[in-house]
Design a protein around this ligand. Structure first.
Ligand code: 2HG
Ligand code: ZN
Length: 461
């Protein structure tokens, strides 16, 4: 039946690129979560908004599910096609469409990589400030679909802050032109913001107008070694008070062990349980002195055990690699991931509570902690021991995630800080959103996507 539908799509849109080879189905049917076996019906690679609309109308007519697809670097299964869906890949729609010097906006197609957006912004002397390790492979459309955060949220906020306008093909195939680059627009519901973070369940982003900003002043990168977990938020408070922070990231000795084994360079001799990579503005020499004085104060108070200040761009990049290389260094261990957040003010108590929980529940497993602690976002990766099968390992991790979700609920946190709910965290949505909220979300979904064509099973069952 679906093969017939596919033949119909191809005859309606003879120029549309469609892939059905097993290797392509495998490649486009998965994201960075390696848990599901890809089995899409086919892959469509539209080259225009017209083609995207055509696909959506066809999908409604034939009741074929669509999985929107960008760089497939997601960690929540949001771009997985494991049930005969048509993958709608935006990979060919990857151009910069225009720059507006007065509005300071860049208009792009959704399939452009984040790194290419950075380059385009810099060519105009400006920056697009959302940034994270997957920059070379992820696409801006996927960033928008998950409201991506990353390493500079502490300074610039999430993707949401930087979207001036969106063109979206809704679930029913209608093209919406949302907010059109306006700064002030008090004309009712902001559907643009509703689309951001909707994980491809309401519409497909086909064009985005991004806000750009001035590059930050010169900056300095520092690696700090801390004696214990209690010091972490105290050092954050000290540094935030004295310096103008761009980033404040942490990782543990276990994360360091993996990243070093994966080729990163050791920067501090000696072993410490916690590390911080921080970057801050250094407008003049006084700022450098303040940074050193802040560091020394931390040492005197027993909060900092050791530290390194980058002396060159290359050294700064090497320090960043210690933090940014973690995900890749763990990939071979099939990690089970948690991406959680609490208010900054709740981090300290929350950390202590979940450390006790994880030590108790994972006695024989390696647990790797790292993340954007300066904005309350923690990544916990549990590594699969060789003694457990995939299924046993996941069952055990799901049990612990349930306990973690209960703890999060008590601390008013979120089960997904920046990766999205997708398939992976669907069972825990209720720990973060109330029954009334979820009912409204389902209602919204039904309005934008009446036939339930778009990314079914993601976000909610
Ligand atoms: C990061 O902060 C990414 O490096 C990935 O969000 C986190 O691998 C992870 O769990
Ligand atoms: Zn992250």
């Amino acid at each position: 039946m679906n093969l017939q539908a596919l033949a119909d799509l191809s005859s309606q849109w003879p120029d549309l690129r469609l892939l059905t080879e097993p290797g392509d189905l495998e490649h486009y049917g998965r994201d960075w979560t390696r848990r599901w076996t890809p089995s899409p019906l086919a892959i469509a690679l539209p080259a225009s908004i017209d083609e995207v609309q055509g696909i959506m109308r066809w999908a409604n007519q034939h009741k074929v599910a669509i999985v929107p697809s960008g760089g497939r670097t997601g960690l929540s299964g949001g771009a997985v096609a494991a049930n005969g869906e048509l993958v709608l890949s935006l990979a060919r729609m990857n151009r910069v469409l225009g720059f507006d010097a007065v509005d300071r906006t860049l208009t792009v197609q959704p399939g452009i990589a984040l790194e290419a957006v950075h380059t385009a912004a810099r060519e105009h002397g400006l920056i697009y400030p959302v940034d994270f390790a997957a920059r070379g492979s992820c696409s801006i459309g996927g960033n928008i679909a998950t409201n991506a955060g990353g390493i500079r949220v502490i300074r610039y906020g999430n993707t949401r802050e930087w979207i001036a306008g969106l063109k979206v093909v809704a679930g029913n195939g209608e093209l919406l032109d949302l907010n059109r680059g306006l700064i002030k627009n008090s004309s009712g519901y902001d559907l643009r913001q509703l689309m951001i973070g909707s994980e491809g369940t309401l519409g497909i982003v086909v064009e985005a107008t991004l806000r750009l900003t001035d590059p930050p002043p010169a900056s300095q990168v520092m690696l700090l070694a801390l004696p214990d977990m209690d010091a972490l938020m105290q050092v954050f408070a000290l540094f935030r008070e004295r310096l103008s922070l761009q980033a404040f990231e942490f990782f543990t000795d276990v994360a360091l062990k993996h990243v070093l084994a994966h080729g990163a360079q050791r920067a501090i001799d000696g072993d410490y349980p916690y590390y911080v990579v921080t970057e801050f503005d250094t407008v003049d020499e006084r700022a450098q002195e303040t940074a050193l004085a802040t560091f020394e104060q931390g040492v005197e108070q027993g909060l900092i055990a050791d530290g390194v200040m980058a002396q060159s761009d290359a050294q700064a990049a090497a320090l960043w690699r210690l933090r940014e290389g973690i995900t890749e260094s763990l990939a071979a261990h099939k990690p089970y991931k948690n991406d959680i957040s609490v208010r900054i003010g709740a981090v300290q108590g929350f950390l202590q509570e979940i450390q006790a929980l994880l030590t108790r529940e994972y006695p024989h497993m390696e647990v790797v902690w790292f993340g954007h602690i300066g904005d309350g976002n923690l990544h916990i990766n549990v590594l699969k021991p060789g003694t457990l099968s995939d299924a046993e390992f996941i069952a055990q991790c799901e049990h612990v995630t349930k306990l973690l979700a209960e703890t999060l609920q008590r601390h008013a946190g979120s089960i997904s800080a920046e990766h999205g709910i997708g398939l992976v965290k669907r069972a825990y949505l209720e720990s973060t959103r109330s029954t009334a909220e979820i009912a409204l979300m389902r209602g919204v979904k039904a309005v934008f996507d009446p036939n339930g064509i778009l990314n079914p099973g993601k976000l909610f069952a």
